[in-house]
Design a protein around this ligand. Sequence first.
Ligand code: HAM
Length: 462
Amino acid sequence: MSSGEIRGLTGFRDFFPEELALRRHLFSAWRRVGARYGFTEYDGPPLEALELYTRKSGEEIVAQLYEFEDKGGRAVALRPEMTPTFARMIAARAGGLAKPVRWFSIPQLFRYERPQRGRLREHFQLNMDIVGETNPLADAEIISAGIDALRELGLGAADIVVRISDRRLIGALLDANGISAGDHISVFATLDRLEKEGEDGVRARLAESGVESEAATRLLAAIRLPLEELAAAHEGDEAIAEAACRLSTVFAHLGAAGFTDFVRFDAGLVRGLAYYTGTVFEIWDRRDELRAICGGGRYDDLLKALGGVDLPALGFGMGDVVLTELLRDRELVPAAARRVDDYIVCVSDAERPLALGIARALRDRGRRVLYDLRPRGVGRQFKAAHQAGAGRTVVIGPREAERGVAILRDMASGEEREVVLETLTRQPSGEEREVAPETLTRPPSAAPTRPPSTAAGGADAR
Ligand code: HAM
């Protein structure tokens, strides 16, 4: 057996407490937005039948699958995306679900990609999808939700842009250039590489797929045009006119909702996944320094292909990796939240039983409570309270124990007050009762508490 250090796998993250705090920050923002848009949360299994992906997701994702044979000889794969699981689950209950269905999920996904900035071998993704609606208002609604999922984290129109197109429009454009329907999916995949490989690279790939050079030139010129100009340049082509009109409606709805500054038409956007049939969109950082934060679109045929029910659907996936980078770049990562509410400081070990009772009572009230797990000087305990980010300390010494009181010190202001111990231990929802001034034997300023900086040596000796 070999010995030595075992490292985590490349492309997989450890979430140390700070990173987990940021992840939770993201997830709770996403859940708030999901709720605001009337979406309910669901989840599925992380392992699925391999065929769920090979049927419809497209070459790129299939090439990145973590696939293997399980012990029963079944071909299975870790989920690389949520949409096929979502489609399968919706199809299984389609009859009983009120339409349109609005569901969201935050799955962890696995793709065997080359790890690089913004791309890992696992990531979390907010998925929001609507089923049962063909109206362009649904397209505008899902895009709005995507924008709001980012606005909720502090990002604005100066930080992000949604690029929107429609595969029906690009499909009609391919038809107009003599590219047969059977070749559309592979040409979409080629056009999706425009950003990465530039015009020359795409031109070479189009030539390989049999697209004539003139058609490629016309196509590449057309996808640079604004929507109105593209439609005008193909006047008389009904399919292009219809698709352009539908897309204009989506933009009009987004404008009415106040999102004009966030969105822009980009005919070159086609998306890599094979199953999209209509509107497609991606959200990018405005400076174009990072990979796409979010991608989605309409997939009206997928439920039929995977579950045999004919229902239109659309949605998006928003990844946590690129988004986390963007939030860090824009300094939108919140400071670590306070970890504990109360730190109980015992002046001597004789107060330990009292401290344990108080801790138990405060925890029962839902307060986050810490105390030292070994006897240490008061100064050290204060230092620990400070490091734990405690909001206040509860100090008990022999004199306090004898009189049945404790000293509460607010760690931010340094203010101290004496309270009756019973009120800390016996009144689950009650306010702490302050000791009336006349019952005090000494003023609060003479309490056995000093700031950690000055108390470290002296107070330890108490
Ligand atoms: P996708 O474009 O493959 O779409 O992924 C959506 C987002 O997930 C990307 O924009 C990116 O932020 C993130 N992402 C993807 N792969 C990785 C990776 N290897 N590492 C880090 N982040 C990654 C889909 O997955 C569709 N199923 C989305 C969808 C839902 N369409 C309709 N409904």
